[in-house]
Design a protein around this ligand. Sequence first.
Ligand code: FES
Ligand code: FES
Length: 158
Amino acid sequence: VPAQSIELSVRVNRRRQSLLVAPRETLADVLRDRLGLTGTKVGCDSQVCGSCSVLLDGAVVSACTVLALEAQGRELVTIEGLGENGKLDTVQAAFLETGALQCGFCTPGFILAVKALLAEQPQADPEQVRAYLRGNLCRCTGYGPILEAIRRLQEASA
Ligand code: FES
Ligand code: FES
């Protein structure tokens, strides 16, 4: 830990965490390398692919381009924080049901983005869904099963 480190206090997946971080450390590096939360994936490392998406106070951010210290005093949710008591979250279950993943690299980011989408715009139409998810890229699924998972979640909550 470099000499000029600063104490970061943040809630991650409903747990308070306190650790020393360097001013230039990214949130993705701190989550993965310091807290062991490797479900947050780093694909492009330049805010293009969305695989590092996490929720910061409920809003989707790219952890690869947010400094860890920007999360000071705030609430973070990563993919590890979704399911509870051994049960999958509804978005995770819907992705499984429609086969909305292949290699899985984009999946944590997509699932968190879909959580935020459904919280903000529960009945978003297909065009709004596509626009909301434009920052998340998948090279495997062709997007169809992902959109179908969202449609089923909307139907179930209508
Ligand atoms: S790794 Fe952060 S957007 Fe691609
Ligand atoms: S499932 Fe492979 S990149 Fe999306």
